[in-house]
Structure formats: structure tokens, C-alpha cells
Design a protein around this ligand. Structure first.
Ligand code: ADP
Ligand code: MG
Length: 133
């Protein structure tokens, strides 16, 4: 079984679609192995998105990610990383496939409702970032 890190971003929490997204997570066959609701500090958001440091959207993204509560989840399933990326859809909600979470609940390329790890190494690093044992 593979694990991935998912985040329900502040825009989706404010829109009150946490329940709908959790339902979708369960319907897609994921087991929720960790879950925490919290408001990230700016430094915590900057650390999480360190790979994007230097990109033009880094400041704005980390402001956004620390602007309100998020729900952070470790999800387990066969092919969890790829399956969650497919469930989320493309980064830009405007071009994400119909039926994906970003298409359904995203507002813009930045405020796109959900996060998902992109590879096995990053998934391990991201899960450890929030759920260090
Ligand atoms: P993904 O979340 O699909 O893996 P990236 O890793 O490229 O996408 O980017 C991380 C996050 O940064 C995106 O989910 C989005 O919130 C934000 N982002 C990415 N590209 C842009 C952009 N061009 N403008 C504003 N925000 C962006
Ligand atoms: Mg990414």
C-alpha cells in the first residue's frame, strides 16, 4: 500500500466543502491514516513549499496557505499518489477535467482547493513534515 499527503486548502475550508471532499476521499477507496485540522504559520507554509522558493508565486502561495485553517491528511491506497493526483485534477481548475476536485471546488491556479504529493519521495517527506512520529 502506498501513502500520499493531501491538504484541503483554506479556500475549500472557507467554502465549507470539507465534508464533500472527505466523502470523495472515502469513495475513491482511500484509507485516512492521519488527519489534522490546523492553521499553518507563514514559516510552516514556507517550509512545506520550499521546492517552490524563488518562484514568482511563492510569497502569495505561502500567504494563502497560512491565511486560514487547512485539513491535512495522510491517505493510503494502492497507487495512492497517482490516484489522488487524478482525483484532484490539473493545478489550474479552469483546465482540470470535469468531475475532478479542483474543477469542482477550485477558484484559481493558486486557490485550487486541494494539495497532493507528486512522487514517492516527496510523499514521504511531506507526510513526515506534518506527522513526524
Ligand atoms: P500542484 O499543486 O498541482 O502539484 P505545483 O506543485 O506546481 O502544483 O504548485 C504548488 C501550488 O502552488 C499549486 O497547487 C498552486 O496552489 C500554486 N501555484 C502553482 N502555480 C502557480 C501560479 N502560476 N500562480 C499562482 N499559484 C500557483
Ligand atoms: Mg506540486
Amino acid at each position: 500500500m502506498e501513502k500520499t499527503l493531501a491538504i484541503i486548502k483554506p479556500d475549500a475550508v472557507k467554502k465549507r466543502v470539507v465534508g464533500k471532499i472527505l466523502t470523495r476521499i472515502e469513495e475513491e477507496g482511500f484509507e485516512v491514516s492521519e488527519m489534522e485540522m490546523k492553521k499553518m504559520t507563514k514559516d510552516e507554509a514556507k517550509g512545506f513549499y520550499i521546492v517552490h522558493k524563488g518562484k514568482p508565486f511563492y510569497e502569495s502561495l505561502t500567504d494563502f496557505m497560512s491565511s486560514g485553517k487547512v485539513v491535512i491528511l495522510a491517505l493510503e491506497r494502492e497507487n495512492a499518489i497517482r490516484h489522488w493526483r487524478l482525483t484532484m485534477g490539473a493545478t489550474d481548475p479552469a483546465v482540470a477535467t470535469e468531475g475532478t476536485l479542483r474543477r469542482q471546488y477550485g477558484f484559481s491556479v493558486e486557490r485550487n482547493a486541494v494539495h497532493g504529493s507528486d512522487a514517492q519521495e516527496t510523499a514521504e517527506w511531506e507526510i513526515n513534515y506534518f506527522f513526524k512520529k
